[in-house]
Design a binder for this molecule. Structure first.
Ligand code: ADP
Length: 306
């Protein structure tokens, strides 16, 4: 195979209680990339459609992740990358993760799959380091593994794939303001109280148990964040109204997607997820904020060839 076209899904990181460790892949939103082998060594980004992002290899997360892979490979040729961007950068649904994982997954396919998924996560994390200053894996892991993932440990890196309940849908609303991941990390405190820790790990355990046993009520009860949401939600206009109205419309729970400003809700069944989307839209229309809204089934397989 000389060339491949891939779908790179948007992802929701943190999922309320799992800051930096939990994430989930979406089905209905994502970028596309075309990657082809070249005789010239190295990585060249030849085209970016949809967003104004750097073509320079070392300034684009796709280039940086691809170079991290090439560094560990004995392949002597190079690759050309085209990026068709649908996920707005800085929206909080893993725009950078879609590009870095798309690049390394596609290259791995073209090379005959010499690297494991775990190694691809490590290469992609170099892209995340460029985007936000921190090599976090909570967006790149679900993009590569599909479904829900848990980063059980960063050192050594240990990723656990979690079951996806069949009727689970996500609704995501993106108010048209930009919050850079790097900025929304800066405002967080570096210490937590034991009291909040107890609540938080109770919820992480509850969410994982709920996902495996497909207990939707338990999933809903566990979508609580006592550590990050109280601080970050201040940056998101209308956050509390969106949350209250989504839950009233039937959502199991609602929180900040990644570092925001997108807000996500999980629902049982598509009909409820669409009602939640309407409630979210109504809220922003009332406040007078422009938005994009997406309703999506959970994507159980992650990145794929198209
Ligand atoms: P998100 O959470 O949506 O990924 P981030 O703020 O983490 O948003 O990342 C976006 C940052 O990464 C922006 O500064 C953007 O310029 C930079 N970036 C570099 N290459 C890419 C790319 N291929 N796709 C998206 N963002 C990129």
């Amino acid at each position: 195979m000389e060339e491949i076209r891939v779908f790179c899904p948007a992802t929701i990181a943190n999922i309320s209680c799992g800051f930096d460790v939990l994430g989930v892949a979406l089905d209905a939103v994502g970028d596309e990339m075309v990657v082809r082998k070249t005789k010239t060594p190295g990585i060249k980004i030849t085209k970016i459609i949809g967003q104004n992002l750097p073509l320079e290899t070392k300034k684009n997360v796709a280039g940086v992740a691809a170079l991290a892979l090439l560094d560990k490979s004995d392949y002597t040729g190079g690759f050309e990358i085209e990026i068709y961007k649908n996920i707005k950068p800085g929206s909080g649904i893993g725009s950078s993760a879609a590009s870095s994982t798309g690049a390394v997954w596609a290259i791995n396919e073209l090379l005959g799959k010499p690297f494991s998924n775990l190694e691809l996560v490590q290469f992609s994390m170099e892209g995340e380091r460029l985007a936000s200053g921190t090599a976090h894996a909570d967006n790149v892991a679900p993009a590569l593994y599909g479904g829900f993932t848990l980063v059980r440990s960063y050192e050594p890196l240990d990723i656990v794939k979690i079951n996806t309940p069949k009727e689970l849908y996500a609704t995501v609303i993106h108010p048209q303001i930009e919050i850079k991941t790097a900025d929304s990390r800066k405002i967080l405190k570096t210490n937590i109280t034991l009291q909040n820790g107890i609540k938080q790990w109770g919820n992480v355990g509850g969410l994982i148990a709920g996902l495996f046993t497909e207990d939707y009520d338990l999933i809903g009860r566990s979508l609580e964040d006592h550590i990050v949401e109280p601080i970050r939600s201040i940056l998101i206009p209308g956050f509390n109204e969106i949350k209250t109205n989504s839950i009233e419309a039937g959502a199991l729970g609602c929180g900040i997607s990644g570092s925001g400003p997108s807000i996500f809700a999980l629902s049982k069944g598509e009909a409820t997820a669409l009602k939640v989307a309407q409630a979210m839209k109504n809220t922003y229309q009332k406040i007078g904020i422009d938005y994009d809204v997406h309703t999506s089934k959970i994507n159980p397989i992650g990145i794929k060839k198209i």
